[in-house]
Design a protein around this ligand. Structure first.
Ligand code: GLU
Length: 480
């Protein structure tokens, strides 16, 4: 077995160094030559920009980035983040994760990421719009955006509204471009978005966990029952990813016993009413004072991650579980719905404790998967299901009539309705997403099982991903 490279300075790695650390850890399992590994690992293009924006009577210089990590597949793909934490290292790390994520789930894009160093909460919608449009113009000027070049999407601090501004700016600057709508994903439905994109990352996390928890032996090793039913879950973050993950996992019979937010955590051993809590937080802009049922607010939000539970889902930002709190984590499974929430130093501590860590590049890949479906919809200029839905329904109706004729029995009306229902766009999106999450986990699990020596899930996921990228380079004929 190849030597594990244990960096002496694991505690002080930057975010992008941690991604490289995981890459290096997995590389020996890929059989790829060093030159090719170097090419896969490096960032292909980094565009740092500074532009002026008016804030009332003053002008401020805005710092922003777009990083295209890998051009082995085009276009490149990845979200745009609005946060005061944004810097070049963070965007590079996130872009690299996008490359590995896309390869792992067979989404045929290179990885990219964008970031603007602003606080979206403290910026008015008018200024946010100006910044977004100016950022898009800068991308257009340098040929850093386009349906075949680089396709942004939402990330932390951005959503449909920002994507609509990006789209409008792009199509204005590129009149007549027939595939212009494919320049960005995560758009509102009315702007050629796709049903199911908003909740896709959260839904993907749940599909992944449902698959992971279905393996009896794996669950037995963790001291858990098979299936999601009855699992006690803690989610960090009630943003888009955290909210939908928490909401959907309860539909599978799991109990969300705590949600940790920036200004406090809410805890209820009997399970929280997610929609009620979400609405409360929307209205009050805080979780403080929430008391429904037996719910209690814990002022020290970070301490909620250390409560007794089966599954812990960090769905906020990077570096949330570090060497400082890892030893106190009691969850049996940690699923990285956020990008980079567990640091390498923390990972080593958790793995020694026998915790199963489901890495970001797999478990949060649902967002980009449905972005891919949206992009396909935009390029094909037709909604999924439009051509076949009625045909399917007619075909199924004929079939049921035939059964009734042959048996002389009548199928109940309610049963007929569910049997003949032709697939809508949302049905196809969710089915494609579920299949993607199941297949990718099977690839990772098999790869891990095939090794003679024990490797962790992240290492297996990185190795599977690197192998797929390696094969693309081989197919291009660039490497012997
Ligand atoms: N920002 C999301 C991520 O980190 C989605 C990216 C996309 O849809 O392109 O995966």
């Amino acid at each position: 077995m190849p030597d594990k490279k244990e960096s002496p300075d694991l505690k002080n790695l930057s975010f992008s160094d941690s991604v490289s650390y995981y890459f290096d850890k997995a590389s020996p399992f890929t059989g790829a030559p060093q030159g090719l590994l170097d090419q896969i690992k490096t960032c292909n293009s980094i565009y740092k920009m500074n532009f002026p924006v008016k804030y009332g009577n003053e002008v401020r210089v805005i710092e922003a980035y777009r990083v295209q990590h890998s051009h082995h597949r085009m276009p490149t793909k990845g979200g745009i983040r609005y946060s005061l934490q944004v810097d070049q290292d963070e965007v590079m790390a996130l872009a690299a994760l996008m490359t590995y994520k896309c390869a792992l789930v067979d989404v045929p894009f290179g990885g990219a990421k964008g970031g603007i160093k602003i606080s979206p909460r403290q910026t008015s919608p008018e200024i946010l719009e100006n910044i977004t449009r100016r950022y898009t113009t800068e991308l257009v000027k340098k040929n850093f955006i386009g349906p075949g070049i680089d396709v942004p999407a939402p990330d932390y601090g951005t959503g449909e509204r920002e994507m609509a501004w990006i789209l409008d700016t792009y199509v204005t600057l590129n009149p007549g471009e027939i595939n212009g709508y494919g320049c960005v994903t995560g758009k509102p439905i009315s702007q050629n978005g796709i049903h199911g994109r908003t909740e896709a990352t959260g839904r993907g996390v749940v599909y992944a966990l449902n698959e992971i928890c279905s393996y009896k032996d794996d669950m037995k090793d963790l001291g858990l029952e098979t299936g999601l039913e009855g699992k006690r879950v803690i989610v960090q973050g009630l943003g888009n990813v955290g909210y939908h993950t928490a909401r959907i996992i309860t539909q599978y019979g799991a109990k969300v016993i705590a949600i940790a937010e920036a200004d406090g955590a809410v805890y209820d051993e009997n399970g929280l009413d997610i929609d009620h809590l979400y609405k409360y937080r929307q209205e009050k802009k805080s979780v403080k004072g929430y008391t429904k049922g037996a719910a209690k607010v814990i002022a020290d939000s970070a301490s909620a991650l250390e409560l007794e539970c089966d599954i812990l889902i960090p769905a906020a930002l990077e570096k949330q579980i570090t060497e400082k709190n890892a030893s106190r984590i009691k969850a049996k499974i940690v699923a990285e719905a956020a990008n980079g929430p567990v640091t390498p130093a923390a990972e080593n501590i958790l793995l020694k404790k026998g915790v199963m860590i489901i890495p970001d590049i797999y478990v949060n890949a649902g967002g980009v998967t449905v972005s891919y479906f949206e992009w396909l919809k935009n390029l094909s200029h037709v909604r999924f299901g439009r051509m076949q839905k009625r045909w399917e329904e007619k075909h199924q109706t004929d079939f049921i009539k035939l059964i009734e004729e042959l048996t002389g029995k009548t199928v109940p009306k309610a049963r007929i309705e569910s049997l003949i229902h032709g697939a809508d766009e949302i049905d196809l999106v969710n089915s494609g997403l579920e299949d993607t999450m199941i297949e990718a986990y099977r690839d990772i699990r098999e790869f891990k099982k095939r090794r003679k020596s024990e490797i962790d899930i992240r290492t297996a996921a990185f190795a599977v991903s690197i192998n797929k990228i390696k094969n693309s380079y081989y197919a291009m004929g660039i490497f012997p």
